[in-house]
Design a protein around this ligand. Structure first.
Ligand SMILES: [Zn+2]
Ligand SMILES: [Zn+2]
Length: 194
């Protein structure tokens, strides 16, 4: 890449960033956009720009003209785009469920009639352990999904198990899009394995 081309590519990436930032609806989306653009600029600087970050195949020029921060070749992008869609859907569902639990727990704790007076005359709060366990689990899932989206933005996500490096089956990713392990490495039973 000549310095002139590099400059041109960099400007294209910056233009994309500004256009995407203007459309972003929340802070997390902004983080994703900036991460993606920063990673693309890093690839320009270290001369790996235009090569798929997964298999090193050349990314179609037409793709890069439309989307200069695209880290994946068309073949990899098809697979990643599917997981990306599952991640966004599940992430929004999980965030909604967590908000619901948080609101319910808060109203239970606020509701005086739900409180009882204990033997010592102290106030006994209603049991919120079950929703707490569920919200803890949801928070963990949300964090994992956000991490996956960030690593996609960096071009580092390849859908492989972090333990055995085998591709995680799509059936599993569809249900648990944030998972980083295949069923075997996650310790699932034989019956659960794909
Ligand atoms: Zn590829
Ligand atoms: Zn594995």
């Amino acid at each position: 890449m000549t310095p002139a081309v590099r400059k041109q590519v960099s400007e294209g990436i910056q233009r994309q960033l500004r256009a995407a930032e203007a459309k972003a609806k929340d802070d997390f989306t902004l983080i994703l956009i900036r991460t993606r653009v920063r990673s693309a600029e890093k690839r320009v600087a270290d001369e790996t720009f235009g090569k798929c970050t997964i298999d090193n195949k050349t990314i179609n020029l037409g793709v890069l003209q439309k989307d200069p921060s695209q880290p994946y070749c068309e073949e990899c992008e098809r697979r990643i785009a599917k997981i990306h869609k599952w991640l966004l859907k599940k992430l929004s569902e999980s965030r909604k469920e967590l908000d619901g639990i948080t609101a319910t727990t808060r109203s239970i704790l606020k509701n005086d009639s739900a409180k009882t007076i204990g033997k010592e005359g102290d106030i006994v709060l209603p049991d919120v352990d079950v929703p707490n366990i569920r919200s803890g689990r949801l928070k963990q899932e949300i964090r994992q999904m956000e991490e996956s989206l960030i690593s996609m933005a960096k071009g580092e996500y390849d859908g492989a198990c972090e333990s055995c490096e085998e591709p995680i089956p799509e059936g599993r990713l569809k249900i648990f899009p944030g998972t980083k392990k295949c069923t075997t490495c996650a310790g699932g039973t034989k019956k659960e394995r794909d």
